[in-house]
Write a protein that binds this ligand. Sequence first.
Ligand code: HEM
Length: 149
Amino acid sequence: MRPTAIAAPLLAYCTACAQTPPTDDSLYRAWGGEAGIRAVMEDFVPRLFTDPRTARFFERVDRNNLVARLTEQLCKEAGGPCAYTGAAMKPVHADLGIGKRDFNALVEILQQAMDARGIPFPAQNRMLARLAPMHRQIITPVSDSQQHP
Ligand code: HEM
């Protein structure tokens, strides 16, 4: 056997290793992969647009874009093979005046969507734990003092 016949598959293997380091994709799989995540986002986003606690934020927002960006983001957060192509969390939410109460409302609405789509409870909690730290980039302190009690 010529040396290149051995070297070629080895090289292909090592290239793949370098490009895709092993990740824990158990949460991604528990959500049913990208299709499962998209199904939850397709349930979640219309709720955000109609829930009286959050509707005002989404009046001029492109619904399909939001579903697509959230699907990418949650896929990536869950360890799936997705790239997030949207804007960074801080600038995109900076001028919206989002308070703690608004953030908590969004989490409750996400829980409704996850329940509706049958995401197992532990997988719900694991995803929420990955999203929760983002509140620092999303809540703007001034908006809390502007809120009614
Ligand atoms: C962990 C919580 C949150 C995550 C992961 C998240 C994620 C995202 C993502 C991925 C986008 C799309 C960015 C793009 O189009 O490039 C977005 C946009 C947006 N988010 Fe959030 N978000 C969160 C919390 C909230 C909350 C609490 C509100 C308000 C109640 C909110 C309101 C909005 C609005 C109005 C937009 C559209 C902004 C625009 O198009 O200019 N988000 N968010």
